[in-house]
Design a protein around this ligand. Structure first.
Ligand code: NDP
Length: 351
């Protein structure tokens, strides 16, 4: 048996299209244009990419976005002052502080400073608290777990009385996903790094959500035949490249494997270092000596493939429905963020 694929790209596309229609209607009815403020502290490359993608997605559905970039040296007071300004700004209906924050900043205090009416990431302790309480509804639900639930709904999963297993208990994915499943009357098991005999626990699951951050950890014999499997994980699986060779970094002594830039090779490459062809000195990416420009140096790469926390090729032969990586949960996260921003704007406009 081969599982049916849950197409996150298509489902996220429908969510975005619904948001675009909702934005147009809100503007026509009330004159209010939904606005999302993004706060990026420091120069984490992955965070910069995520924030860019979120702002681009806003523009596509008619949501205004306000980008704020602060240096990594910002103080706790400066970051919280910006959040307070945004709380008071009537054009802003959602505030997104991109995590992780640089070392030294208190993430908990920054997130708690966001007004719960603008907490479109759903991470404020009041919103999380309400998510876990019977008979209470948070104003916003965290985007990734909410996206998982939408994928399960679209795939026809029955929640009431189902055995649901969540692998992972982080504040941003595992825990809220577990609380959402409980709200839908599933019988819940939450697994983490101390759980004993994971394969046996997972095999009971009619619904399995994997969010551990270990590439291809969930194997075929961990999965109940016919189960709904949602793979949240995003991991780099390093692959060998035929031209790979070992380099010793002249600055740190670290040995790394890489190959020279090959223009014909598309995607799936990460910068590993640089080679000075004249002197023969190689430098790993992290250890380019101070003052040494990368200009004129040959770029060295490592090859990788994105994989989830589930061994997709094997598990798809057992599961009933499964999300691919990429193209499953990932696209849903941004789509739900747009949806939450519209929700915040509607509430502000009294709609
Ligand atoms: P965290 O590292 O914050 O949490 C991982 C969780 O997995 C923890 O609860 C940890 O247990 C548990 N865990 C770790 N190792 C094991 C193990 N060997 N056995 C059982 N449990 C284990 O990760 P996140 O929740 O932030 O992210 C999880 C994955 O989802 C990552 O791959 C991340 O990249 C991806 N992700 C994807 C998103 C998307 O949009 N698709 C959004 C956010 C994350 P313990 O609590 O005991 O330490």
């Amino acid at each position: 048996m081969t599982a049916e694929l849950i197409d996150g790209v298509a489902i996220a596309g429908r969510v975005r299209a619904d948001v675009a229609v909702g934005v147009e209607k809100l503007v026509a009815d009330t004159g209010v244009t939904p606005g999302l403020a993004t706060v990026l502290v420091g120069e984490n490359a992955a965070s910069q990419t995520y924030v860019r993608a979120k702002r681009k997605a806003c523009a596509e559905v008619g949501i205004q976005s306000f980008g704020h970039e602060l240096p990594a040296t910002s103080t706790q007071q400066e970051v919280e002052a910006l959040v307070r300004d945004l709380n008071a700004d009537a054009r802003v209906h959602g505030i997104l502080v991109q995590l992780p924050l640089p070392d030294g900043l208190d993430e908990e205090a920054v997130l708690a400073a966001i007004s719960i009416e603008k907490d479109v990431d759903g991470f404020h302790p009041i919103n999380i608290g309400k998510l876990g309480m019977k008979g209470r509804d948070p104003l916003f639900v965290p985007c990734t777990p909410d996206g998982c639930m939408r994928l399960l709904e679209e795939a026809g999963a029955q929640f009431s009385g189902a055995n649901a297993v969540v692998l992972g208990r982080s504040n941003i994915v595992g825990l809220p996903a577990a609380m959402l499943l409980l709200k839908r009357d599933a019988t819940l098991t939450v697994c983490h790094s101390r759980t004993k005999d994971l394969p046996t626990v997972c095999r009971r699951a009619d619904i399995l959500i994997a969010a551990v951050g270990w590439g291809e950890m969930v194997k075929a014999d961990w999965v109940k035949p016919g189960a709904h499997v949602i793979d949240v994980g995003i991991n780099n699986k390093w692959l060998e490249h035929p031209a790979d060779r070992e380099f010793t970094c002249a600055a740190s002594g670290e040995i790394f494997t890489a190959h020279r830039q090959d223009e014909s090779e598309k995607g799936g490459r990460k910068r590993a270092g640089y080679l000075d062809e004249k002197s023969g000195a190689a430098y790993s990416r992290e250890h380019l000596p101070e003052g040494q420009s990368a200009e004129g140096l040959v770029k060295l790469f490592r090859k990788y493939k994105l994989v989830g926390d589930v061994d997709f090729e094997a598990v798809k032969e057992v599961a009933g429905h499964i999300t691919p990586v990429p193209g499953g949960v990932g696209p849903m996260t941004i789509a739900q963020l747009l949806s939450n921003t519209l929700r915040g704007a509607r509430a502000a406009a009294g709609k």
